[in-house]
Design a protein around this ligand. Structure first.
Ligand SMILES: Nc1ncnc2c1ncn2[C@@H]1O[C@H](COP(=O)(O)OP(=O)(O)O)[C@@H](O)[C@H]1O
Ligand SMILES: [Mg+2]
Length: 302
């Protein structure tokens, strides 16, 4: 049985006359035990999707099953999942341990509480800091605490909504290590992000734009499916090379990435054409960003 399955799950906001279709006909199958990513820019519908899948928000139409429970019975779903949302509720005047005790007491029998807290503190590496106040935690440690809060009742599925937003690169990497540690222990993780590099870390992912799934699969499969030929051109004059590249007929798109020029062409460019663009070049494989742009069109991805 998949951890999550949806059939044409949709959500409209706005009025009946002017519905705002925020999630459209979502069809997802998430196998149990993996880290599944939902990648999309701001406003794509990621949070709305998570809120439906966690039973917080009723769908407008369509169906879904999460951890074997029908979304029509949201209370049953809520008991089987953990959800760390973007505005994690952490009490600043309580320590890590006290925050966890408070949350655990809501869900568990009194005799289960201490063992559950010990378990999640070890899973998220919180033990050494357990006497720190919530208000004193950095972004990364706050996220760990909010994840620990979310899994104190040992749910088989964990939902994380942009858990690394606002973290520095080291904090992001550490948090991904923690996510994979949970996955290795058998938790299915459904995580949203708008970072392309983070999507690359997921075992499978769905690309979302304007409430629709553009594509779903492993990062490798999604990248491999991108049509076209991609080149990385080194040049001393990025501006001129960019203009030159854009003027070439087969070039679908050209853009600057740091110190070099990236060119996407519909058909292979000749060596002569490429040599004229800069001092050196190499053919490269498409990135997830390339895949996203190819699928969504330029206006959505930028
Ligand atoms: N309660 C709501 N009422 C009306 N519109 C909403 C509501 N929640 C979200 N939206 C709109 O739905 C779209 C998708 O939002 P959201 O799911 O938060 O996207 P994401 O998490 O990918 O940034 C946005 O255009 C947002 O303004
Ligand atoms: Mg969101």
């Amino acid at each position: 049985m998949p951890a999550i399955e949806t059939q044409a799950l949709s959500k409209n906001f706005g009025s009946l006359r002017h519905p705002l279709r925020v999630v459209r006909d979502l069809n997802l199958t998430v196998p149990a035990g993996i880290v599944f990513g939902c990648l999309g820019p701001n406003g794509a519908g990621k949070t709305t999707t998570i809120r439906m899948l966690t039973g917080v928000l009723p769908a407008s139409s369509g169906r879904g099953w999460v951890a074997g429970e029908d979304l029509r019975y949201p209370d049953r779903v809520k008991a089987r999942i953990g959800y760390a949302n973007q505005a994690a509720s952490i009490y600043g005047d309580l320590t890590i341990q006290e925050n966890l005790r408070f949350k655990a007491a809501l869900f568990l029998e009194p005799r289960e509480v201490t063992r559950a807290i010990d378990r999640v503190m070890d899973q998220l590496g919180l033990r050494e800091r357990r006497h720190r106040l919530g208000s004193q935690l950095s972004g990364g440690w706050r996220q760990r605490l909010s994840i620990a809060n979310a899994i104190v009742h040992s749910p088989p599925i964990l939902f994380l909504d942009e858990p690394t937003a606002g973290l520095d690169p080291v904090g992001r990497r550490d948090l991904w290590d923690a996510i994979y540690a949970l996955s290795a222990e058998g938790t299915t993780v459904f995580v949203t992000t708008h970072y392309m590099d983070e999507a690359e870390r997921c075992q499978r992912l769905a690309m979302l734009a304007n409430g629709k799934v553009l594509a779903e699969g492993t990062p490798l499969a999604l990248r491999s499916a991108v049509p076209g030929n991609f080149y990385d051109v080194t040049t001393v004059d990025l501006g001129t090379s960019l203009r030159q590249a854009k003027a070439i007929e087969q070039v679908r798109d050209a853009w600057i990435t740091g110190s070099s020029l990236r060119v996407a062409a519909l058909s292979p460019l000749t060596e002569m054409t490429l040599q004229e663009l800069g001092t050196s070049y190499r053919q490269v494989s498409p990135t997830l960003e390339d895949a996203f742009v190819a699928l969504a069109g330029k206006d959505v991805a930028r």
